[in-house]
Design a protein around this ligand. Sequence first.
Ligand code: TNX
Length: 540
Amino acid sequence: MKKITAIIAALLFTLNMMASEKKATVDLIPVPVHCKVGKGTFTFSPKTEICLTTDNPEMRNAIAILSERLERSAGIQLNVTANAKGAQVIVCWLNPAIPHKEGYKLHVTPHRIEVAAATPAGIFYAMQSIRQLLPATIDKDSLSAGVKWSVPCVEIEDYPRYPYRGLMLDVCRHFFPVSFVKKYIDYLAYHKMNRFHWHLTDDQGWRIEIKKYPKLTEVSAFRDRTLIGHYSDKPRRWDMTHYGGYYTQDEIREVIAYAQKRFVTIIPEIEMPGHAEAALAAYPNLSCSGGPFELVGDWGIRKDIYCTREETFQFVQDVLSEVAELFPAPYIHIGGDEAPKLRWSRCFACQERIKKEGLKDEHELQSYFIRRMEDFLQTKGKRIIGWDEILEGGLAPNATVMSWRGTEGGIAAARQHHDVIMTPLQSVYLDHYQGKQADEPLAIGGFTPLSKTYDFDPTPASLKPDEAAHILGVQGNLWTEYIATEAYAEYMAFPRAAAIAETAWSPQANKDFNAFLNRLNLLLSHYDAMGLRYSRSFQK
Ligand code: TNX
């Protein structure tokens, strides 16, 4: 008898423990603004219906990914209905009274999920939350048997801290095919990010078809050698394989449509006046010296940049016209970084331009260059974004600044009431080492472990409220000098990109690195199901 009592006591104790361990919150990344866990679960079945109170193509996009996941992994086809009468139903409401454009409210009860948002984007983010709350095998591309497709009952109110939540991919130093670009966009959207910055031109390769200048893809998209090992290795070693690639305009349109379905806006970047040697190799008349140039296969800053003669402006305007026509985004990134002024200082035409325009020096000449681009793009209904060097010699009147050398450029721009996107290399450069150098594959340098990325706050405390309002958001940059494969790109980007996503979306008050690490376990199990090859260096 005593024995049985002891067993019962132990059992009760365990049950009690289990109950008290029941979580007050769910493991979402980014962490929601408000979240209350209820009792029970909602279980998906072939009878589950999804009701769209407004049925249009954007609402269909908002639910498409969750529907596709359920179909592929669970074999459940969600039936779309116009009324909410079903016994097991998800109801999606558009409610313009909800103040946050991309926010959503999600209320899960055992037989009904209510989703409300001001826009289809908000509905889309609610669907991503449901996806994260489902068993991780929802993210597998094959059917899983014997899984109970349940989400916990929960009440969530959620909206982003910033309107700009981005990741950049450099496809110039190493080229990534359309299939990978789409995957990268999938990952972005999964983390509730909404801007994909596509770095399309650089010294080592031009990656976008421009109809008027066919040599940009015939010549500028391919190089004959690529550095092996680190830039600073001596002696240097080369891989002599012919290397390159580019996207046709049809492929670009396909990627844009793909991104739109995931509520992601693509910001194309066409670099000028520096990082342009690939273009100069095809069209040496656009340089100060006349060339000849070949495509480089090593990294760093090149002396030869676009000349400021009229024929160069004609060229870049022609290029930008095609880019503006292709991409629906209101912004085009025109680069502006790392343009040494040596060639301009020795170029007759550039010196004449300085005199004629009454400029002080070559920095003002760069500023003149960028302003002309801003004026030109305005005629196409577009605004410019530039790296923080565009502050030097004076900002173009409506330019948005991407602050990369730290936050100082961003602070200076915000004080001048210009919009800012924070991408400081010290915190959010995804090409930097994330663990001890000796334990990691070769990278460019730096040391930016997950905790450091996570701890970054994009809004500097030194800004006054009206200045701080100009901080549009934050972006992680994946430069690919040392990233030649898709697997390594994923390893470098994740899970640091998840930390950036939380910084971009969640209120600062909800952020806590240890809590993030706890929630990360669930996210990583979804990554495993997706086949995303992330890094575990943060555990070392
Ligand atoms: C600086 S960030 C660059 C890139 C390099 C990167 C490597 C920026 C505007 N310019 O050209 O790829 O550092 O981390």
